[in-house]
Design a protein around this ligand. Structure first.
Ligand SMILES: Nc1nc2c(c(=O)[nH]1)N[C@H]1C(S)=C(S)[C@@H](COP(=O)(O)O)O[C@H]1N2
Ligand SMILES: [Mo]
Length: 257
C-alpha cells in the first residue's frame, strides 16, 4: 500500500469502480467462460478473506488490479470460508441504494415468486411452497465493494435444488433477478449451481426481516454484496445478458472481484 495515501482516506467506491472497469475490459472473453469469484480473486491477491485485516488487504489489492488478471485461473468448485456462529457480526449492517426507512414492504400472504425463461415449470411459488423445500444454513462473510464486510447466518434452500425443481435449462448462461425495490441483477450459471449459493428465507434463524430482504435473498458467499439480490420477486433463466442495477453503472458483472 502507498503509505503517503492511505486507502481509508480515499473514496473506495470510486477506486473500486475504476478497478473493476479495468478488470472487466482486457479480459472480457476470459471472464465470459470463467467467472471471477471471491475465492479466485483471493488466490490472485494472496489474501485469505478470513478476517477483517485480510479483507482490508484484499480490497486494497483489488483496487490496484489491472490486466495482471489475464493469467487468472478459476476453480468453480472452490468454497468460500464458513465461520462459527460466535463470529457473527452483531448487528449485521444494512445496505441498499436507499436508506433503511425506504425498505420495501412485501406482503408474504399474497406473495408469489415468478419463475420464467428457460425453465420447464413456470408456476409461481407461494412462500409456503418455498419453505417446504429442503433447508440448510451457513455462516459466511458478506463483502461489500464499498469497503466493509460482515459475517452473517443465512438459511434457505440450495439454489441448484430450486433450479432442478423448476426444470431449469442449466446449459443456459444466466439467471436474472427482479426485486421489489427496482433492483435487479444477474449471475452466471456456474455460480447459480455453486453448492454454497442459497435461496435464503431466514437470517440468524429468524424469518428474513424486511431490511435484509424479505421475502428472500439470494446469498452467494463467492460474490460481492451487490450481486446478492434482496426482495426477489421474479427470476428467470436466459441466454440474453440481463445486466444489473450496479452492473449497468460500471460495476464488474461477475462481481466476485
Ligand atoms: N433488492 C436489493 N438487493 C440488494 C441491494 C439493494 O439495494 N436492493 N443492495 C446490495 C448491496 S450493495 C449489498 S452490500 C447487500 C446488503 O445486504 P444487507 O442489507 O443484508 O447487508 O444487498 C445487496 N442486494
Ligand atoms: Mo454492497
Amino acid at each position: 500500500m502507498n503509505k503517503s495515501k492511505p486507502i481509508a482516506t480515499l473514496d473506495r467506491r470510486l477506486i473500486l469502480r475504476d478497478a473493476v472497469r479495468e478488470l472487466d475490459m482486457p479480459s472480457r472473453r476470459l471472464f465470459a467462460k470463467r467467472a471471477i469469484t471471491l475465492g479466485g480473486l483471493s488466490m490472485l491477491t494472496g489474501c485469505s478473506l478470513s478476517d477483517d485485516a485480510s479483507v482490508e488487504r484484499f480490497l486494497t489489492a483489488v483496487s490496484r488490479f489491472n490486466d495482471r488478471v489475464q493469467g487468472w485461473l478459476f476453480d468453480p468448485k472452490r468454497l468460500a470460508p464458513t465461520y462459527a456462529e460466535s463470529m457473527i457480526t452483531r448487528p449485521f449492517p444494512f445496505n441498499a441504494f436507499y436508506g433503511e426507512d425506504e425498505v420495501p414492504e412485501v406482503d408474504g400472504a399474497d406473495f408469489r415468486l415468478e419463475v420464467g425463461g428457460m425453465v420447464a415449470r413456470k408456476d409461481p411459488w407461494t412462500l409456503e411452497q418455498l419453505y417446504a423445500l429442503p433447508q440448510t444454513s451457513q455462516v459466511t462473510r458478506h463483502i461489500c465493494v464499498e469497503g466493509w464486510s460482515a459475517i452473517g447466518k443465512w438459511g434457505g434452500t440450495p439454489f441448484s435444488e430450486f433450479l432442478h425443481r423448476v426444470g431449469a435449462d442449466t446449459s443456459a448462461k444466466y439467471v436474472g433477478f427482479r426485486c421489489a425495490d427496482d433492483y435487479f441483477t444477474s449471475i452466471d450459471m456456474p455460480t447459480a449451481l455453486h453448492p454454497q449459493t442459497l435461496l435464503t428465507f431466514t437470517y440468524d434463524g429468524e424469518k428474513l426481516p424486511p431490511k435484509y430482504g424479505f421475502p428472500m435473498k439470494l446469498r452467494m458467499p463467492t460474490k460481492l454484496g451487490y450481486k446478492n439480490p434482496k426482495h426477489i420477486m421474479a427470476l428467470y433463466v436466459t441466454n440474453t445478458y440481463p445486466g444489473g442495477y450496479w452492473e449497468d453503472q460500471g460495476y464488474n458483472w461477475f462481481g466476485g472481484s
